[in-house]
Ligand binder design. Structure first.
Ligand code: 4NP
Length: 166
C-alpha cells in the first residue's frame, strides 16, 4: 500500500493473539514493540494484541507475566485485554497466533477478504522449532520465563523480516 502524499509505504500493523490476552500475546506485544522502538522504527511498525476468548476483557496482564517481563525491562502494566474480531483481519497486515488452537480459532473468524496474513508467531523460527508458545496460565512461575525466551527470539526474527518489507 502507498501513501498518496509521500509515495512511501505505510506502516506495517502486527496483531499478536493468544487465548486470554493476559499472558503470551501482551508479552509478545511488549517485547516486540520495545525492539521496534530500540530500532527507531516505532512509527513504521505498529503493534497490538488480543485474545480469542472473552474471559479477561479489560483486565491488565497476569501479575506473573508482568513480574517476569519487568525483570527483563519490559512494561506490560498499561495493556488491557480485548477479544480479537473479524474486523482485525481488515486492519492488520499480520495476525500472529501463539499456538495451534489460536490459529484454528482465527481461521474460523477470518472473513476471507481481509488484508491480514495469518501465521503462527513461532513460524519465523528455524524449521523443526517449537511451533507453539506454551500456555503458562496454569503452570508455575518458570513458564513465564520460558515464554519470554521464545518471545524474545521470535520477535528479533520478526523485526528482521518486517524491516525488509518496509
Ligand atoms: P494467555 O493465557 O492465552 O497466554 O493469555 C491464558 C490466560 C487465561 C486463560 C487461559 C490462558 N484462562 O483460561 O482464563
Amino acid at each position: 500500500m502507498s501513501d498518496s502524499t509521500t509515495g512511501t509505504a505505510g506502516p506495517i500493523k502486527v496483531l499478536f493473539v493468544c487465548l486470554g490476552n493476559i499472558c503470551r500475546s501482551p508479552t509478545a506485544e511488549a517485547v516486540f514493540s520495545k525492539q521496534v522502538q530500540d530500532a527507531g522504527l516505532a512509527d513504521r511498525l505498529l503493534t497490538d494484541s488480543a485474545g480469542t476468548g472473552d474471559w479477561h476483557l479489560g483486565h491488565a496482564p497476569d501479575q506473573r507475566a508482568r513480574a517476569a517481563a519487568a525483570t527483563r525491562g519490559y512494561a506490560l502494566d498499561h495493556l488491557r485485554a480485548r477479544q480479537v474480531s473479524a474486523e482485525d483481519f481488515l486492519h492488520f497486515d499480520y495476525i500472529l497466533a501463539m499456538d495451534n488452537a489460536n490459529l484454528e480459532d482465527l481461521r474460523a473468524l477470518d472473513p476471507g477478504h481481509g488484508r491480514a496474513r495469518l501465521m503462527r508467531f513461532l513460524d519465523v523460527l528455524e524449521e523443526g522449532g517449537p511451533g507453539e508458545v506454551p500456555d503458562p496460565y496454569y503452570g508455575g512461575e518458570d513458564g513465564f520465563g520460558a515464554v519470554l525466551d521464545l518471545v524474545e527470539r521470535a520477535s528479533q526474527r520478526w523485526l528482521e523480516r518486517l524491516r525488509s518489507e518496509l
